[in-house]
Ligand binder design. Sequence first.
Ligand SMILES: Nc1ncnc2c1ncn2[C@@H]1O[C@H](COP(=O)(O)O)[C@@H](OP(=O)(O)O)[C@H]1O
Ligand SMILES: [Mg+2]
Length: 323
Amino acid sequence: MAYEKELQVGIEASLSAAKLCQAVRGNIPDRIEKQDRSPVTIADFGSQAIICRALAEAFPNDPVVGEEDATALRSSEMSEQLAQVTEYVKQEIPNVSTEDVTQWIDHGNGEPSQRFWTLDPIDGTKGFLRGDQYAIALALIEEGEVKVGILACPALSLDLAPPLNEEGLLFVAVRGEGTKVRSLKTDEFTAIRVASPDDEEHLRFVESVEVAHGDQSQQSAIAQQAGIKSPSLRMDSQAKYGAVASGAAALYLRLPSPKQPDYRENIWDHAAGVIVAEEAGGRASDMYGKPLDFSVGAKLFQNRGVVVSNGSLHEAVLAALNK
Ligand SMILES: Nc1ncnc2c1ncn2[C@@H]1O[C@H](COP(=O)(O)O)[C@@H](OP(=O)(O)O)[C@H]1O
Ligand SMILES: [Mg+2]
């Protein structure tokens, strides 16, 4: 088995971060607004602190390209939130100081390089705040290729066989070795595969809950042209990749919003999910069929939109998009 230490460290840190998120969610925190007006919470900061600390200790030479930074948290207006984050992190790592927490968060401000990690400490922060889906998404990228993906979805359960029907799932993939899933509560993994072409029941598609994060009318039209008759399943975060990887849905569509035609996707919003879907037998590309290029920085500058399928549906979707 390849990447054994990476998996062990990544899984352990992601489980610890998931526990912190679940603890914070028992008492949904205030929404803090970032400069770009997107929301962040004390759980986003705590999750990034825990995972970056573990990566810094185990792999001191690996940069981490994470979503959050601690600049705002260090300001005097946010001292109360910093104290709250530290209290939650203490439940996972005893004896930490506020300085430790901000330093660990800022360890996640590395630059992409030949080998690096990318982290979304909470993907789907809007879902997290709403009480819906969210994910903790961690991936290792080498030479522009995602090699390891760890995707924790603490609120996800799917209408499939155990363990997928349990609430709280952890998806793990290593390049060339397949995708497996376990419940957050037990440590036994099960291999998963995408939906087969003749699986009519799961011939459906997933898309974001957030209307602004895509083009829902176009997504419905394309899904229909590819032969999907049922309405979409709306879900926040990379939990959608988990749904495709495990065969609960055959397609995930994310087409650029007409209101933000120049939007470029962040690598941390896709890296872990892409390998989880691909290693389960699926296919991921942009809306023109180009593979997602993780070698050009913190965003997918070379790609527009994202299409993830069970493989067999992919060409029909690209043909519909091409029209
Ligand atoms: N205009 C836009 N188009 C596509 N994605 C967007 C977007 N604005 C924000 N996002 C991203 O959508 C992610 C959530 O994904 P989804 O819509 O599938 O739930 C957000 O991640 P965060 O929640 O980590 O900030 C954010 O990075
Ligand atoms: Mg996030």
